[in-house]
Design a protein around this ligand. Structure first.
Ligand code: AHR
Length: 342
């Protein structure tokens, strides 16, 4: 958070010697130079907005999440938005406590990335009663009362599932698979990306008779859980597995060594499909051990700040903002993929 207090310095000296005047003249030039350099270096930094934004982040479970936190902080700085940031360490009750603190602090706008979809009615009603607008970032919620939030800024997770499945259908056609056995490692149960990535994928493969899901298992978006799930899946299904569809890079990176330990080469013996597009997964895609990564961008900070500024000004905002996302895969020249920045 930025400093809210400004210190005023009064002039205590009655007479200033020439020498001091010369030094202060020099210092003024120096300060002016710093000021000009600062203006030039700050790029498109906007004026300070006098907005206090309370943001509750889910945790630090993945490179994606860490990239998202960094982006929110950088864009708050860039837009001159004062940020009260709270990390919930993967616990919904911590997010609810954080939102209550934001209300008590009388922030202008609240934004949060809900870990799961249910259980927000009471605290959001408190925010509404306090007249504080709420932005959903990254994930959606499901409430009994309507109108508790102003908008959602986040990926179209259903479409990500569709893109993953469409890649698989193209791949199966290309290499001539007649039966395709899939294991799915899903994200946090009852979270929007888990539900929608599963639904988009399932709805799309349902149109192709070759596709069968052997099992879907909860990996909670964590690398350690991805490894545990994969170990279990290898023990249970072994060489029946043609495809691993994993809901995020972190779980994929946990799963790959387990496939290798079982004696298979990921990317060749087993088709690997992941979601996020962080640098580490893209590097593994380039090595050929992942076949496809559907992008999910964590760079939502710009839209969040612009929306917070509009809400403070009492302006209308778009109810849903989805970023543009692409697919990285072995269908392209992967050496041309630009550094990802997260
Ligand atoms: O909600 C977005 C998901 O959450 C990302 O795919 C995952 O990596 C993160 O933990």
């Amino acid at each position: 958070m930025k400093n809210f207090l400004w210190k005023n310095h009064s002039d205590t000296g009655k007479r200033t010697s020439n020498r001091i005047r010369k030094i202060s003249g020099f210092l003024s030039i120096l300060l002016a130079a710093f000021f000009i350099a600062g203006c030039v270096n700050s790029g498109d930094k906007k004026e300070d907005t006098d907005i206090l934004l309370g943001f509750s982040q889910i945790g630090s479970e993945s490179a994606w999440r860490i990239g998202n936190t960094t982006d929110i902080e950088q864009q708050a700085e860039n837009y001159g938005v004062n940020l009260m940031f709270e990390n919930a360490n993967q616990k919904q009750e911590n997010q609810i406590d954080a939102i209550r603190r934001f209300i008590a602090y009388k922030v202008d706008v609240i934004a949060f990335s809900p870990i799961v979809e249910d259980g927000w009615d009471n605290v959001l009603m408190e925010a509404k009663d306090a007249g504080i607008p709420v932005i959903l970032v990254d994930r959606d919620i499901s409430t009994e009362t309507e109108g508790l939030t102003t908008c959602l800024i986040g990926a179209d997770f259903y479409e990500e599932g569709v893109m993953a499945a469409e890649y698989l259908i193209r791949k199966a056609d290309r290499i001539g698979l007649t039966e395709v056995n899939i294991v799915e490692i899903t994200g946090t149960e009852n979270s929007t990306p888990m539900r929608q990535r599963q639904a988009g994928f399932a709805d799309t493969i349902a149109k192709d008779e070759r596709m069968h899901i052997l099992e879907s298992i909860d990996g909670d978006f964590l690398k350690s859980r991805g490894a545990e799930c994969m170990r279990y899946l290898m023990e249970t299904y072994g060489d029946e597995i043609d495809v691993v569809y994993s809901h995020n890079d972190e779980m994929t990176l946990g799963a790959l060594p387990e496939i290798e330990k079982a004696g298979y080469v990921p990317g060749r013996d087993v088709i690997i499909i992941s979601i996020d597009g962080g640098q580490e997964a893209i590097d593994v895609l380039k090595e050929g051990k992942i076949n496809c990564v559907v992008e999910c961008t964590p760079k939502l900070g710009k839209e969040v700040m612009e929306t917070a500024i509009k809400l403070k000004a009492g302006e209308k905002v778009e109810p849903v903002i989805h970023p543009m996302e692409v697919v990285f895969s072995d269908e392209q020249d992967t050496s041309k993929i630009e550094p990802r920045g997260y």
